[in-house]
Design a protein around this ligand. Structure first.
Ligand code: GSH
Length: 339
């Protein structure tokens, strides 16, 4: 009952926004700013730094789109959203795109009427527990209290996992990661569950990360990626191909160090030339400048550079590339051809 009321309201908001959103590119250009939905704060993925500047792996996607569309990576209004508020923010037109660890699912696409333009992080749901509990498998969590963010796939997977394994749990519902941290650290919940990347980011922010273990089970597929509203395919194409440009740049060896030089004039590799606009008319097809992708790549480098700089093994978050390696390195990242 509650769900249908909520979805009903969202559908109405979606329809209203649909009319206004037909020309999102025009709106963004007229405004001179991209309204980009991010999390309320998850260090490494999206969080303001000491100077109030938003930083992170998801933030980098917003900045790349702003650079491609407006020629200015700082022309972004970062709009913090929670698991619960993110979809209304997008459907209502408050944001032009959402770039916050949102899992691509059937119902979010088909029922909520959003378009996932790609996947920037292949993730899965995990569990974190204090080491002192002596738990070594999620199957030992019968009767546990679990901190869980509302409006997420996490909530639904948790119910499925416990049901399948014939064990029970008591949910402690929370809305943001910031809310979850003190509750978990104070023992108000025995377990914290969210996407494994989020667990790593959360644990890295603890005073004593070594006091907490991430259990071996990954209980779901969480393909995370940016999304836009249904109904404006041209805008969807811009966000999709900006993400693809960052991924292709890594595969092609285009980096923050050489993109200016490679983009200055046509070189030996035709796909690099098309990507950077020294050959062909891909930018024009998107309604953007010829060097749109060059501008996007110049912001924070290619996908690999963005990964390593924000969440990679040399950062406190310490994530390995894993599934998020290029297909040429045994991972799942595979940008379609730039032609
Ligand atoms: N991928 C899942 C879960 C998303 C989620 O809960 N993300 C958490 C991970 S820690 C988050 O970013 N929270 C930050 C915040 O509180 O704004 C979904 O799309 O429903």
């Amino acid at each position: 009952m509650k769900k249908s009321v909520f979805l009903g309201a969202l559908t109405v908001a979606g329809l209203a926004a649909g009319a206004a959103a037909a020309g999102t590119l025009d709106d963004v250009q007229a405004r001179g700013k991209l309204n980009c939905g991010v999390t309320t704060g998850l260090v490494g993925f999206a969080a303001p730094d000491a100077n109030g500047e938003w930083q992170g792996f998801d933030v980098a996607v917003c900045r790349a789109v702003a650079a491609a569309v407006l020629g200015d990576a700082s022309a972004v209004e970062f709009v913090p959203t929670t698991g619960k508020t993110r979809f209304t923010a997008l459907a209502s037109g408050e944001i032009d795109m959402l770039a916050r660890n949102t899992t691509w699912t059937f119902s979010r696409d088909v029922d909520l009427k959003f378009e996932f333009v790609g996947i920037n992080y292949y993730d899965g749901q995990g569990f974190m527990v204090p080491k002192e509990l002596g738990v070594s498998s999620a199957k030992e969590l019968d009767g546990a209290t679990v901190c869980i963010q509302t409006g997420t796939t996490t909530e639904l997977n948790l119910a499925d996992f416990f049901r399948t394994n014939n064990i029970s749990y008591e949910p402690v519902p929370i809305e943001t990661n910031a809310e979850a941290q003190p509750l978990y650290l104070d023992g108000a919940c025995d377990v914290y569950t969210t996407d494994a990347s989020g667990l790593a980011a959360t644990r890295a922010a603890f005073e004593n990360p070594g006091d907490h273990v991430i259990l071996p089970e990954i209980i779901s597929k969480e393909p995370l990626g940016p999304l836009v509203r249904h109904g404006d395919n041209d805008w969807g194409d811009i966000v999709r191909w900006t993400l693809n440009a960052l991924i292709a740049a890594e595969e092609l060896g285009v980096t923050s160090a050489n993109v200016a030089e490679l983009g200055a004039s046509a070189g030996a590799n035709p796909e690099i030339n098309r990507l950077l606009g020294t050959e062909g008319t891909l930018g024009e097809m998107l309604g953007l400048d010829a060097d749109w992708a060059k501008k996007a790549i110049m912001v924070g480098g290619n996908y690999g550079e963005i990964f390593e700089g924000n969440i990679g093994e040399a950062t406190p978050i310490g994530l390995a590339r894993g599934l998020n390696a290029q297909w040429t390195d045994g991972g799942l990242l595979y940008a379609p051809p730039f032609r």
